[in-house]
Design a protein around this ligand. Structure first.
Ligand SMILES: *Cc1c(COP(=O)(O)O)cnc(C)c1O
Length: 430
């Protein structure tokens, strides 16, 4: 009889190790920070948020941080701040959460999707370069599933073409690319800090930059009370740009993107411990992959040691599936057999955006033609087959457990579930 649990063999995972996965870690300090906000009825103020912003900027070694009510708002503000508007194109990967790029349609711009590298699952600079047109205004990189994008060639392409680089850091807070913190390499970093992310503080987003103009435009876009005229900040804090000051009291975007102060209060506490907690996650996740290094069928999605690059908090960690090494078992089936061993895993990554109706046939603003086309005066839609690597890799990645603590005995159990299934793959009935 097969030893695989799906055929009646013993399950690999014998206990509920739930607390190793719990996130974010909430202590009395987070609780009292929130209670303080409640008791002072200070939910809609900005004093705590500004403290959080300064601490967040300091952590990243940049001049400016602007907190927003969610990550989508941070990305939207970053796009506006970079000057993206009517007819402009941004280049982004198709395998990402929609918020990395969808707000561009609202600015009158559009997106051209570029393909990814099959090992990093992030933008392939060569394909990016081939998609540059005279309408290209920015490249939006996503450090996908924690893996840093290859920023050196991306920055070279941007410089050569006089375009901006926006980093979506929602998956990789605190991660490094060749020794530089993610979000500080491009013109602006934008990220979600909602409860499920690596740096998790509740609904919220943050934009970071060294560029005063970008910072001030982002404020003017969605923070009406921070452009002046409301007496909530000392005048030295207010934006300096005279042209933008004319609009004080009314946000240019017509949006209100203020962060809830319960989020910023938690953010201040979480930030104090983030580095230490992130380092433990890194140790735990690297140990998991070290254990599976020589196991057939699975390959790690991570940075190599001594590269100066890291995976930040390892948000939504995934592995790369190599079916040819284990008799071409389908990924669906492989995941089902692993789940029977007591380990949750599922195939796939974000649904590819270039194939979604919103980018192909949605007429959102009443142009009479799909918005994606209307905003570019050109049919730039990309059909199935147009981005071969990301289409191929969609069926080649699977989720893995996201350990928050370095507990070797527990991690070994989880790794051995994958190893068991791979090693007994010959017994799997398709
Ligand atoms: C979560 C996420 C966002 C959006 O953030 P919200 O806080 O959910 O608005 C943007 N980009 C990526 C890559 C994300 O994963």
């Amino acid at each position: 009889m097969s030893q695989l649990a799906i055929y009646g063999g013993p399950q690999t995972i014998t206990h509920d190790f739930g607390e190793i996965f719990d996130w974010p870690i909430i202590t009395n300090e987070d609780e009292s920070a929130v209670l303080d906000i409640l008791r002072t009825r200070n939910m809609s103020g900005i004093d705590v948020t500004i403290k959080f912003e300064r601490e967040f900027a300091r952590y990243h070694g940049v001049e400016y941080a602007l907190a927003t009510n969610n990550g989508t708002a941070a990305v939207h503000s970053a796009m506006f701040a970079c000057g993206i508007g009517i007819g402009d194109e941004v280049i982004c990967q198709s395998s990402t959460f929609w918020a990395s790029v969808l707000p561009v349609l609202n600015l009158g711009g559009t997106v051209v999707f570029a393909d990814i590298d099959k090992n990093t699952l992030t933008l392939d600079p060569i394909d990016v370069e081939s998609k540059i047109t005279r309408n290209t205004k920015a490249i939006i990189v996503v450090h996908y599933f924690g893996h840093p994008t290859d920023m050196d060639p991306i920055m070279d392409i941007a410089k050569k073409n006089g375009i901006k680089v926006i980093e979506d850091v929602s998956h990789a807070h605190g991660g490094f690319y060749k020794g530089r913190l993610l979000g500080t390499i491009g013109d602006v970093g934008a990220m979600s800090v909602m409860s499920e992310k690596g740096f998790a503080i509740g609904e919220g987003g943050v934009l970071i930059t060294r560029d005063q103009k970008i910072y001030e435009r982002a404020i003017a876009f969605g923070h009406y009370e921070r452009t002046g005229g409301f007496g909530t900040r000392s005048t030295s804090d207010l934006i300096q740009d005279k042209e933008l000051q004319r609009f004080s009291g009314t946000p240019l975007g017509g949006f209100k993107y203020r962060m809830h102060q319960m989020s910023s209060a938690i953010g201040r506490v979480q930030l104090k411990y983030y580095k230490q907690r992130m380092l433990e996650i890194q140790k735990a996740m690297n140990y998991f992959w070290d254990l599976l290094e020589d196991v057939p069928g699975v390959k790690s999605h991570r940075t190599s040691i001594n590269s100066g690059s890291t995976m930040g908090g390892w948000y939504m960690p995934h592995g790369i599936y190599c079916p040819e090494e284990i008799g071409d078992i389908s990924l669906e089936k492989y995941c089902e057999v692993v789940r029977a061993e007591g380990v949750y895993t599922k195939p796939g990554m974000n649904e590819l955006l270039h194939l979604k109706p919103i980018f192909n046939d949605a007429d959102i603003y009443g142009h009479g033609i799909p918005t994606r086309i209307a905003n570019s005066n050109n049919d730039i839609r990309q059909m199935k087959g147009s981005l071969p690597i990301c289409e191929f890799m969609s069926d080649r990645v699977f989720s893995i457990p996201w350990f928050k603590h370095y507990r070797p005995d527990v991690i070994e159990q989880y790794a051995s579930a994958f190893a068991k299934v791979s090693n007994l793959a010959a017994e799997i009935e398709q």
